[in-house]
Design a protein around this ligand. Structure first.
Ligand code: RB5
Length: 155
């Protein structure tokens, strides 16, 4: 399932992506507000999305803030989350194939988000590419070792 959410800056972009998912019968859960609310800061949004993504290995997240940067920084603090800011479909594709990214971070205020077709292409690449394992396993194992060294809690 796709777990999607945004801070106040990303509500309109989130709505567009939701209709894209809905039209293609892609299962999703919108875990954040549909209206602008005080206090929907990106670290809180990252927490809601990442906690849900981690419930099931097949889940992927789409996390939106103004630049995609804040929400990716916060998301990457969660053990087991590999969040990638992507501004084009090549980045989205490689984030899945090489990095096994499980959260796509998008910036609602970026030029790359102005055109719907670009955003939909990024989302499509993220959802429809898969981790290639092999030589990448060694690198992801090293990321897990960093998590074990520096992060408390989680699995
Ligand atoms: C909120 O104004 C903004 O800082 C946030 O959406 C995001 O861009 C942070 O990285």
């Amino acid at each position: 399932m796709i777990i999607i959410g945004s801070d106040h800056t990303g509500i309109e972009l989130k709505k567009k992506i939701i209709s894209y998912l809905y039209d293609r019968k892609i299962e999703y859960a919108d875990v954040t507000n549909f209206e602008n609310q005080d206090g929907d800061d990106y670290p809180d949004i990252a927490k809601i999305i990442c906690t849900k993504v981690l419930e099931n290995n097949n889940n992927l997240g789409i996390a939106i803030c103004g630049t995609g940067i804040g929400i990716s920084i916060a998301s990457n603090k969660f053990r087991g989350i590999r969040a990638a800011v992507c501004t084009n479909d090549y980045m989205a594709e490689m984030s899945r194939r090489d990095n096994n990214a499980n959260v796509l971070c998008l910036g609602s205020r970026l030029k790359s988000s102005e055109r719907e077709d670009n955003i939909f292409s990024i989302v499509n690449s993220f959802i429809n590419n898969f981790y290639e394992a092999g030589r990448h396993d060694r690198r992801l194992k090293k990321i897990r070792e960093i998590e074990n060294m520096y992060l408390k809690g989680g699995k």
